[in-house]
Design a binder for this molecule. Structure first.
Ligand code: HEC
Ligand code: HEC
Ligand code: HEC
Ligand code: HEC
Ligand code: HEC
Length: 267
C-alpha cells in the first residue's frame, strides 16, 4: 500500500510540474471569451465547468483542451498546444493523461475494448464539463440500462457498497479526530490512497476481479480502522483525565470557600 501511495504522490507532483497546474487560478482568456459566446460553444460549457470538481481543483479549459490561456489572439493555435475537441474513441486518452490508473483499468475492461463499437467512454458516465466527485450512485438503472440490462451492474454495485460505506465511516472518524486536535495527516493520506485505488477498480466492470480485490481493500481499511480506534481510546482517556482534573478544581474551590467561611465566622 505504501508503494501505491508513493506512486500517487510522485504522479501528482509530476502532474503539477507538467501542466503548470497552479497557474490555472490566474484569469483565463478561454473563460473570458467563451463565457460571452452562446450555447454549446460558450455559456453551456462555461457554466457547467463552474459547478465541477475540476473547477474546484483548478483544472481549467486549457488543462483539458490545451492552448494558451494568457494570449487572446494565439489562445487556440496548435503552436501553443491547442488540442481541440476529442472524437468519441479518443476521450479515454484525453482524460487518461491525468487519470492514469483509471484509464488502465478501463482499457482492460470490456467497455474499453468495445469503445469503437458502442462501449461507453468516460464522458458517457461522468459528463464532459459538469464532472462531479464520483460515487457508486453513478451506477444506477437509468444510466446503465442505456445499452444493456441492469443485472450485472446491480451485482457490481452490491459488491462494492459495503467497502464504500466503510470508507465514508472512516472518513467521518478522521474528521472528528482532526476537530479535537489530533494530527491526522498520515491517516488521511492512507485513506485517500486506498479510496482512489478502490474506485478505479470499478472500471474493470469485471465482477470476479472486483470480488477478489475488494477483500484486499477491506483488509487495508481494517488496519486504518485499528489506528483510528487506538486514537479514539486515547481521546477517551484524555476525557477521563480532563474530567478528573475539573472535579479536583471544583473540589479545591469548595474547600477553599469552606475554609474562608470558617475563618470569617471566627472573626
Ligand atoms: C477571442 C475568443 C476566444 C478565445 C480567447 C478562445 N476561444 Fe475557443 N473558440 C472561440 C470561437 C469563436 C470558437 C468557434 C469557432 C472555432 O472553432 O474557431 C471556439 C472554439 C473552441 C473549441 C471547439 C473547437 C472545435 O473543434 O469544435 C474549444 C474546445 C475551445 N474553443 C477551447 C478554447 C480554449 C481551451 C481556449 C483558451 C486556451 C480558448 N478556446 C480561447 C473563441 C475563443
Ligand atoms: C475535464 C476536461 C475538460 C475541461 C476542464 C473542459 N472541457 Fe471542454 N470538452 C471536454 C470534452 C471531453 C469535450 C468533447 C465533448 C464530448 O465528448 O462530450 C469537450 C468539448 C468542448 C467544446 C465543444 C462543444 C461541445 O460541447 O462538444 C467546447 C466549445 C468546449 N469543450 C469548451 C470548453 C471551455 C470553454 C472550457 C472551460 C470553461 C472547457 N471546455 C473545459 C473536456 C473538457
Ligand atoms: C489536466 C488533468 C486532468 C484532466 C485532463 C482530467 N482530469 Fe479529472 N481530475 C483532475 C484533478 C486534479 C481532479 C481532482 C483531484 C482528484 O480527485 O483526483 C480530478 C477529479 C476528477 C473526478 C472526481 C474524482 C473523485 O475523487 O471522485 C472525476 C470523476 C474526473 N476527474 C473525471 C475526469 C474526466 C471524465 C475527464 C475527461 C473528460 C477528466 N477527469 C480529465 C485532473 C484532470
Ligand atoms: C454506451 C453504452 C453503455 C453504457 C451506458 C454502459 N455500458 Fe456496460 N457494456 C456496454 C457494452 C457494449 C458491453 C459489452 C457487450 C455486452 O455485454 O453487452 C458492456 C458490458 C458490461 C458488463 C459486462 C462485463 C463482462 O465482463 O461481462 C458490465 C458488468 C457492464 N457493462 C457494466 C456497466 C455499468 C455498471 C454501467 C453503468 C455505470 C454500464 N455498463 C453502462 C455498453 C454500455
Ligand atoms: C460505465 C461508467 C463509467 C465509465 C465508462 C467511466 N467511469 Fe469513472 N467512475 C464510474 C463510477 C461508477 C465510479 C465510482 C466507483 C466507486 O465509487 O467505487 C467512477 C470513479 C471514477 C473516478 C474516481 C476515482 C478515484 O480515484 O477516486 C475517476 C477519476 C474516474 N472515474 C474517471 C474516469 C475516466 C478518466 C474514465 C475514462 C477512461 C472513466 N472514469 C470511465 C463510472 C464510469
Amino acid at each position: 500500500m505504501k508503494k501505491i501511495l508513493l506512486t500517487n504522490v510522485l504522479f501528482f507532483g509530476a502532474f503539477v510540474l507538467l501542466t503548470g497546474f497552479s497557474a490555472a487560478a490566474s484569469p483565463s482568456v478561454c473563460i473570458e471569451c467563451h463565457g460571452g459566446l452562446s450555447g454549446q460553444l460558450g455559456e453551456i460549457p462555461t457554466a457547467e465547468w463552474h459547478t465541477s470538481v475540476h473547477s474546484r481543483s483548478r483544472v481549467s479549459c486549457h488543462d483539458c483542451h490545451g492552448g494558451d490561456p494568457t494570449d487572446y489572439v494565439e489562445a487556440m493555435s496548435a503552436d501553443r498546444g491547442f488540442i481541440g475537441v476529442p472524437v468519441y474513441a479518443e476521450v479515454p486518452a484525453f482524460c487518461g493523461r491525468c487519470h492514469v490508473g483509471v484509464e488502465e483499468d478501463y482499457r482492460a475492461s470490456l467497455h474499453g475494448q468495445v469503445v469503437e463499437f458502442g462501449g461507453p467512454n468516460c464522458v458517457t458516465c461522468h459528463e464532459n464539463h459538469a464532472v462531479q466527485v464520483a460515487s457508486i450512485d453513478l451506477i444506477n438503472e437509468i444510466s446503465c440500462s442505456r445499452c444493456h440490462t441492469y443485472d450485472k451492474p446491480a451485482l457490481i454495485k452490491q459488491e462494492i457498497s459495503d467497502t464504500e460505506a466503510m470508507l465514508s465511516r472512516l472518513d467521518n472518524s478522521i474528521a472528528s479526530l482532526y476537530r479535537v486536535g489530533f494530527d491526522t495527516g498520515q491517516l488521511k493520506d492512507e485513506l485517500f490512497s486506498t479510496r482512489n485505488n478502490f474506485r478505479r477498480l470499478f472500471h474493470s466492470v469485471d465482477i470476479d476481479k472486483i470480488r477478489a480485490e475488494t477483500a484486499g481493500f477491506d483488509a487495508d481499511l481494517e488496519e486504518t480502522k485499528a489506528t483510528i480506534n487506538a486514537l479514539e481510546e486515547t481521546l477517551g482517556q484524555r476525557k477521563i483525565v480532563g474530567g478528573a482534573f475539573v472535579l479536583l478544581l471544583i473540589l479545591g474551590g469548595c474547600i477553599a470557600l469552606l475554609i474562608r467561611r470558617t475563618y470569617e465566622n471566627k472573626e
